[in-house]
Each structure stands twice: as C-alpha cells, then as structure tokens.
Design a protein around this ligand. Structure first.
Ligand code: ZN
Length: 385
C-alpha cells in the first residue's frame, strides 16, 4: 500500500475526528481537496484502521453515499501517573478510552538511599507487564506520556518534596530506550488540567485561561498534604522559564509576625504548602479542623482569580473533604462579587471530578492530538508500517 500524503490524511482524519459520520463529498466541500483526492485519503485511512465506514447516508434518490467516522480502537497510548511512592500505569486507545490499568509502589528505601534509576526500572517493567497482559502487539502502541510530581525539564524531573536529590532524575531517555516508542514527561498537575479541559471540550480553545489548584492527601495518610497548581493559556500549559510556573503551593500566605514555621525546600517559610502541613501537624491532637487552613486556601483562591483572571478555575480539595463545599461556595461567591463590582464575566469554578485517572489520561492528550493532527508527527507514527 503506497502512502498517499500525510497532509491529506491528517486533514481527512481531523475532519472526521471533529465531524463523525460524513461523506466524501462533504469532506471535499469543507477541505481544499477534490473528490478523487479525498477518496485516496479515505482509502489510506481505512487501510491503516484509523477510520471506519459507518453505513450509508439516507438520501431520497440515487446511490446512497457511504459515511465514515474516526476509529480509535486499533492503536494505543500508555499514560503514567508517577505519584511516588505509588504509581499508576494505564493503557488508552486513540479515543481516550481506558483499556487496562495497573498500579504499583516504588521502593522508597532504594530511592532515599540514592538509587534513582530504580524509578525508571520499575516503570519499564510494569509497562511491559501491562502490555503483555493486555495482549496488544507492541507495534500498536504509539507512545507513552507521564505526569510526575515536581519540576520537569528535558524529560527529567526533580521532586519538590517527595525525596532529596541534587540532580534531575532522567525518565524519558531510559524509558524510550527500553520501550521503543516516544515518551513525554510533564508535571502531574499540568496533565490533570489537560484532562479536565479535554473532558469539558475546551482543549482547543486558544484564547482561554484556566487555572488549577490541587490540594491532595499524601499517599498513605493525610499527615502530608501536597499542594500543586497549573496554568493554561493560549492553548498551552504555561511552564515558565524553568518549569516552576503554577507551583501555587510554594507561593506565600500571610502569617503572624510571631509565627515560627520550619523552612520549606522551596526556600520560603510561609509558603502555602509548608503552612498547611505545619497546621495539620499542630492540630493532630485536636478534633476540630484548623480554621487557618481554610482561610489560607480561600485567600489563595482570591489571589489566583485576580492574578490570572481565568475563564475557568479548577479546584481539587481531595485532601480536605470537610471544607470542600465551603471553599467552593466561597470561591463562587467571590467570583460573583467580582463580576458585579468590575462589570466582568463571572469566572467558572469547577472540580476535577474523578481524579484517579486524570493525570495518566492527561499525559497522553498532547501526544495524541499531535500524532493525529500534525502531518509530520502523523507520518512518523502511522506511515512507517
Ligand atoms: Zn515551599
């Protein structure tokens, strides 16, 4: 089967992706290609299993033309949520449907002892196992995306709080070498925001600003709460110069001048993450929820609304179910007040919904969009077979 033309194939594919159930004639009308050229594109995509015939169009007279739609079930992506010590590996098809998943724990003793390569090694063996178990042939797996807690640069990461390391820990290189498909690495909270935007159908909205504040319980208990964040602007996650943009957990809160707080690894004492965790440990003997935490979170949300004036603010209060509702209501009423006072549009406030697969799912979304819509990426992925 000679390859036709990646430009043509991605245009037809993108069209069917966005408009399932269209005929060749309709695609030809909406793209710059002639009917015979569209026919060639359709044949190439059918051949690769990226689209399928859905039936025929019900027309009043004459031969009924076939209608086509995107077919997402023949190729797969691996999404990884590296939470440390826990990790989750999930296999999705091109329609972002979850096909199989597997969880595991990293050997923290090894990692704390300085053996960081155990992270990549554990992931590699679990990914291979999951693929084996799923019975899917390796050639149908088109990439792996991963979300990690910390600062990410060039496929390597440095955790802020999970373990001590002076160097960036490489992930992309070792995984790509061992698995043989493209690997991308990003911050976990960024990936979750991408998943939320995708669910809401907002992923392609170029002019939107979305901000995400995640307050999560540590893996095994609430003794350690992790606070992260993410900023989405102009169709991309805003990373900043070195990848630390959106780390709202390490932005300051106002504290009493007399208040003594331990130093955080970010170099600040009164950062939100440090403040909240200090208050939790101080309150561990009391039954009442420390009101300072609620106040600090409410204040942070107000700051975020003013700093970014987002169209959407996503808040995940997973660590504190007892104040979740109140914090939401507070944010909403502040947004309403702001809208009235300043004659601006009200800011939408939303939660993550089911966050268990959000990071793994989000980590494949960019790769998936690229491979299906950018001719050069598409050619690399689907033409060399
Ligand atoms: Zn900090």
């Amino acid at each position: 089967m000679p390859n036709v033309d990646p430009e043509l194939e991605t245009s037809v594919l993108a069209y069917l992706y966005d408009h399932p159930g269209t005929t060749k004639k309709e695609i030809s009308k909406c793209t710059d290609y002639s009917f015979p050229t569209i026919t060639k594109g359709i044949e190439a995509l059918l051949d690769k299993g990226l689209i399928r015939k859905r039936g025929v169009k019900d027309t009043s007279a004459g031969r009924k033309p076939s209608i086509y739609e995107f077919e997402g079930s023949n190729y797969f992506f691996v999404g990884v949520d590296l939470s440390i010590p826990k990790f989750t590996i999930a296999l999705f098809d091109l329609s972002k449907r979850l096909v199989a998943s597997e969880g595991g724990f990293l050997d923290m003793e090894e990692i704390q002892g300085g053996n960081h390569s155990v992270i990549a090694e554990s992931l590699i063996s679990q990914v291979k196992e999951l693929i084996d178990r799923s019975g899917i042939s390796g050639s149908r797996i088109k990439g792996l995306g991963m979300g990690v807690p910390g600062i990410v640069r060039d496929g390597a990461f440095k955790p802020m709080t999970r373990f001590q390391t002076d160097e960036m820990v490489p992930l992309r290189g070792p995984l790509r070498k061992a698995l043989g498909f493209p690997v991308t690495v990003g911050n976990d909270v960024d990936q979750e925001l991408l998943s939320v935007l995708d669910y809401k159908g907002l992923h392609d909205e170029t002019d939107m600003v979305a901000v995400y504040l995640a307050v999560r319980a540590g893996e095994r208990s609430r003794a350690r709460v992790n606070i992260g964040g993410s900023i989405y602007h102009n169709g991309h996650i805003l990373q900043g110069r070195n990848g630390t943009a959106g780390e709202f957990g390490h932005t300051s809160v106002s504290v009493d001048p007399g208040e003594e707080l331990p130093r955080c690894k970010c170099g600040n004492e009164n950062c939100l993450d440090n403040y909240v965790n200090t208050k939790i440990s101080q309150a561990s003997n009391h039954r009442e929820f420390p009101s300072e935490i609620k106040e600090a979170l409410n204040q942070k949300i107000k700051d975020l609304l003013f700093t970014f004036n987002p169209s959407l603010l996503v808040v995940d209060m997973e660590a504190f179910p007892e104040i979740r509702r109140e914090v939401f209501e507070n944010a909403k009423s502040f947004s309403r007040e702001l809208a009235n006072e300043l004659c601006i549009e009200e800011i939408e406030i939303d939660s993550v919904g089911d966050s268990s697969m959000a990071c793994a799912r989000g980590s494949i979304i960019n790769q998936l969009n690229q491979k299906l819509r950018e001719p050069s990426e598409y050619a690399k992925t689907f033409v060399s077979e």
